[in-house]
Design a protein around this ligand. Structure first.
Ligand code: NAI
Length: 332
C-alpha cells in the first residue's frame, strides 16, 4: 500500500477527484490517500490557499495527485500552482499529448511530449511599475535550470524510446536569455548521440504544429513558451478535458491535469475526468503499479472509442457520473 497526497482542489476539482478515486479503487490500486484541501476556501479558513501542511504531506509521501485550484485574479494572491512548484522544486512540467481513438480532431497522428521548465523565466514574478505608463517584468534564465531541464528531456526520450528532442526558443530576439537556454540544450544534446537534436523558434513552431504536428516528438521549452504551447497541443488532441500533466522534481512528483477549475461548469456533473484520470494513470506508473495503470488506460480508451457515453466537451450528452460508471464497467 502506498500513501499518496490527494488535493481535491476547488471548482470542478472535487467532482473529477471523486470520479478518479472511485475508478482507481475499483481497478484495485493499492493506494492510501492523504487528503489535503487547498485553494480559495482554505485561504479563508487558514489564511493561506496553500498551508504548510499540504507541502509537508507531499514531502512526506513524495507523490501527489492534484485537481485544479482557482487563483483569483488580482493583487496579493500567489498562485497555488506556482507556489507548489517552487516550494518543492518541481522543475520539470511533463505534458504528453497523444491522440485518443474516438475523439475527433483535425489530426490523427499527434504524439508529442512537452517538457516545460517550471521554475523560472517570466514566472519568477519579478515585476515592477516604473511609472504610471510603464511596467517591466524580468525574464530569468539560468544555466543550472536550463541544463537540468534539457537533461530531463533527453533522459525521458531515452527511457521512452523517443527519437528526437527539439529545443524551442526566441533566441533571435532574446539573444542573451534564450541564447543561454539554447547553449545549454545544445551542450546536453552532445551526451545523447542516439537522439536527434533540433532547434526551432517558438513562432515557427506554433505554425508548424497546426499544419504538421506529426513532425514533432519531444519538445523542451522555457516556462512561458511551454505554458502556451501546452494548451495549443491540448487543442490538437481534443481539448483541455483530455490533457494530462505532471510536475516532477528530485524529491517529489505532483500529477495534475493541464486544465483549471472550470468555474463555468462547476457542480453541474458534466466535467470530464479524463485529464485527471490520465494524470493518475501516469502516477500509478510512477509508483510502480503498472498493471493497474494499463488496466485503467484500456477501460478509459474503450469507453471513449465506443463513443456511447461521453461528456459534453467530447460531443456527448452524458454526465461525469455516467462516464465514470462506464469506465468502471469496462474494467471488468
Ligand atoms: P479552465 O481550464 O478552468 O477552463 C477553460 C475552459 O475549458 C472552460 O470553458 C471549462 O469549462 C473547460 N474545461 C476545463 N476543464 C474541463 C474538463 N475537465 N471538462 C470539461 N470542460 C473543461 O481555465 P480558466 O477558466 O482560465 O481558469 C479557471 C481557474 O482555474 C482560474 O482561477 C485559474 O487560475 C485556475 N487554473 C488552475 C490550474 C491548476 O490548478 N493547475 C491550471 C489552470 C488554471
Amino acid at each position: 500500500m502506498q500513501t499518496v497526497t490527494l488535493i481535491p482542489g476547488d471548482g470542478i476539482g472535487p467532482e473529477i477527484t471523486e470520479a478518479v478515486v472511485k475508478i482507481l479503487k475499483e481497478a484495485g490500486a493499492e493506494i492510501e490517500w492523504d487528503i489535503q484541501e487547498a485553494g480559495a476556501d482554505v485561504s479563508e479558513k487558514e489564511g493561506s490557499p496553500l498551508p504548510q501542511r499540504v507541502i509537508e504531506s507531499i514531502k512526506r509521501n513524495k507523490t501527489a495527485l492534484k485537481a485544479p485550484v482557482t487563483t483569483p485574479i488580482g493583487k496579493g494572491f500567489r498562485s497555488v500552482n506556482v507556489a507548489l512548484r517552487k516550494e518543492l522544486d518541481l522543475y520539470a512540467n511533463l505534458r504528453p499529448c497523444k491522440n485518443i481513438e474516438g475523439i475527433k480532431t483535425r489530426f490523427d497522428n499527434v504524439d508529442i511530449v512537452i517538457v516545460r521548465e517550471n521554475t523560472e523565466d517570466l514566472y519568477a514574478g519579478i515585476e515592477r511599475k516604473i511609472d504610471e505608463n510603464t511596467a517591466e517584468s524580468i525574464k530569468i534564465i539560468t544555466r543550472h535550470a536550463s541544463k537540468r531541464i534539457a537533461k530531463f528531456a533527453f533522459d525521458y526520450a531515452v527511457k521512452n524510446n523517443r527519437k528526437m528532442v527539439t529545443a524551442v526558443s526566441k533566441a533571435n530576439i532574446c539573444k542573451l536569455s534564450d541564447g543561454l537556454f539554447l547553449e545549454c540544450t545544445k551542450e546536453i544534446a552532445k551526451n545523447y548521440p542516439d537522439i536527434e537534436y533540433r532547434e526551432i523558434l517558438v513562432d515557427n513552431l506554433c505554425m508548424q504544429l497546426v499544419q504538421n504536428p506529426e513532425k514533432f516528438d519531444v519538445l523542451v521549452l522555457p516556462n512561458l513558451y511551454g505554458d502556451i504551447v501546452s494548451d495549443l497541443c491540448a487543442g490538437l488532441i481534443g481539448g483541455l478535458g483530455v490533457a494530462q500533466g505532471a510536475n516532477i522534481g528530485i524529491d517529489a512528483a505532483v500529477f495534475e491535469p493541464v486544465h483549471g477549475s472550470a468555474p463555468d461548469i462547476k457542480g453541474q456533473n458534466k466535467a470530464n475526468p479524463t485529464a485527471l484520470l490520465l494524470s493518475a494513470i501516469e502516477m500509478l506508473k510512477h509508483i510502480n503499479q503498472q498493471d493497474i495503470a494499463l488496466k485503467i488506460e484500456k477501460a478509459l480508451y474503450k469507453t471513449i472509442k465506443d463513443g456511447n457515453i461521453l461528456t459534453p466537451d467530447l460531443g456527448g450528452i452524458s454526465s461525469t457520473k455516467e462516464f465514470t460508471t462506464e469506465i468502471i464497467k469496462n474494467l471488468k
